[in-house]
Design a protein around this ligand. Structure first.
Ligand SMILES: Cc1cc2nc3c(=O)[nH]c(=O)nc-3n(C[C@H](O)[C@H](O)[C@H](O)COP(=O)(O)O)c2cc1C
Ligand SMILES: [Fe+2]
Ligand SMILES: [Fe+2]
Length: 401
């Protein structure tokens, strides 16, 4: 029977392979942390073989009905035999239980760690789970799914699924971007896709760069015709995302400094603006963010390839300003490839911000090229010291290729 699709756009990636995901246009925050200026999508895919039907990943809680309706335009829900869980995070996996109930004969297919998480998070009984190892395949009838270990992209249980006949790589979070716009990388309305993909990489994948390198290698070996991630558009041109991931996972940095600062009465700001001018005059690319208004997505994106960082904070209650504490801890957690730091501070009486900053950054092994704390507003000699620090930072950055 020919299916007439009227209610939804369900792009057909290949014969009998459809996108059945949902677009969350209005979501503005992810993981209670990450800004979503363009919303996001939860991409799920339906693969229909001549013998069996598989659903690859599912959707965020709250969108079960929409996914259900989309699948019904293609097949009966009860026909689903396999539900592939590439990742156990609830944005892809929380509605799996709902579909396992609607399709009582269905089996959850996931990694060993995924099986444990499916039990803990979603109460999926072990007798309905099939654990797959590297290279295992499932034959759906003319459609063969192969499973590839890809741990820590983004949690320990993550894996890829590869549809052999159509050479489609379902990479889940890896290669994703938070945007609801567009279906494919070459759609007109996804012009800034790599910009969004870079923020996403900084926020989600940067802490796991080594695993990212391995995942990228495996993805390239598969030589996919299409990359179908679980957030954002699919890549009809895999080379486009491979090329940037090559640099980002390798931690390739530029002659670039990210400046993160906060100021209450402008003393720190004067120091920061002085070093920015020095760096610019040394032909260093600079991106500067006032932490009171900065967007985490912008910071994460610029951390992906900044070789240096300047942190500016006044002393507040014997330590850093709370926004600088946040930024320093974020820096530590995201593990960017940034190698050199300069710390600038103004204080009123005892100081203490720089000590706390140095303690916070200590485990990152970043080289602190220099630090300066000034009592109150900077005098000319203080600003000369700031300029020297700027030249020292620029020299370090330029000598490090
Ligand atoms: C709420 C608050 C708490 C402060 N706590 C300290 C402190 O514990 N130790 C200190 O040396 N200075 C403290 N100061 C003084 C500031 O560090 C000082 O005014 C500094 O020059 C401000 O730099 P800014 O102009 O960049 O905001 C505090 C100031 C404020 C407003
Ligand atoms: Fe995730
Ligand atoms: Fe996700």
């Amino acid at each position: 029977m020919v299916k007439i699709m009227t209610n939804y756009a369900l792009p057909e990636l290949a014969n009998n392979v459809h996108w059945v995901g949902v677009k969350d246009w209005n979501r503005r925050l992810f993981d209670a942390l990450i800004p979503l200026p363009k919303g996001t999508s939860y991409n799920a895919y339906l693969v229909q073989g001549t013998k069996k039907v598989a659903l690859i990943d599912s959707v965020n809680p709250g969108f079960e009905k929409e996914l259900e309706s989309k699948i019904k335009e293609l097949t009966d829900i009860g026909d689903i035999h396999y539900i592939i869980m590439n990742h156990a995070e609830p944005d892809h996996a929380a509605s799996i239980k709902h579909f396992m109930e609607l399709a009582p004969d269905s089996i959850l297919v996931t990694s060993e760690k995924g099986a444990k998480m499916a039990d803990i998070y979603f109460d999926v009984p072990a007798d309905r789970v099939q654990v797959v190892e590297e290279g295992d395949t499932l034959d759906l009838g003319g459609k063969t799914l192969r499973f590839i270990k890809a741990p820590w992209l983004h949690w320990p249980e993550t894996m890829f699924t590869f549809l052999e006949e159509d050479r489609i790589l379902f990479s889940c979070d890896f290669f994703g971007a938070h945007t609801a716009f567009g279906f494919y990388d070459d759609d007109d309305n996804v012009g800034e896709l790599l910009y969004l993909a870079k923020s996403y990489f900084g926020e989600i994948m940067m802490p796991f760069r080594k695993m990212g390198q391995k995942g990228l290698e495996k993805a390239k070996e598969l030589d996919p015709l299409l990359i179908a991630p679980s957030h954002g558009p699919m890549y009809r041109n895999p080379g486009k995302i491979f090329d940037v991931y090559e640099k980002w996972t390798a931690g390739e940095t530029k002659e670039k400094v990210i400046v993160l600062y906060v100021t209450m009465w402008n003393s720190t700001e004067v120091m920061v603006k002085t070093i920015v001018e020095t760096l610019l005059s040394e032909n260093i690319e600079v991106c500067m963010y006032d932490l009171t208004t900065a967007d985490l997505g912008d910071i994460a994106r610029d951390l992906v390839d900044s070789r240096g960082i300047v942190v500016g904070t006044p002393t507040v209650l014997n330590g850093m300003h709370p926004l600088a504490i946040y930024a320093a801890n974020l820096f530590k957690a995201l593990r960017p490839p940034t190698k050199y730091a300069v710390a600038l501070s103004s204080y009123g009486w005892g100081g203490g911000a720089l000590k706390q900053l140095q303690e916070t950054l200590e485990p990152t092994k970043i080289e602190i090229v220099g630090a300066l704390a000034v009592n109150g507003p900077s005098q000319e000699n203080d600003l000369n010291t700031v300029k020297e620090l700027g030249r020292d930072l620029a020299a370090k950055i330029k000598s490090d290729k």
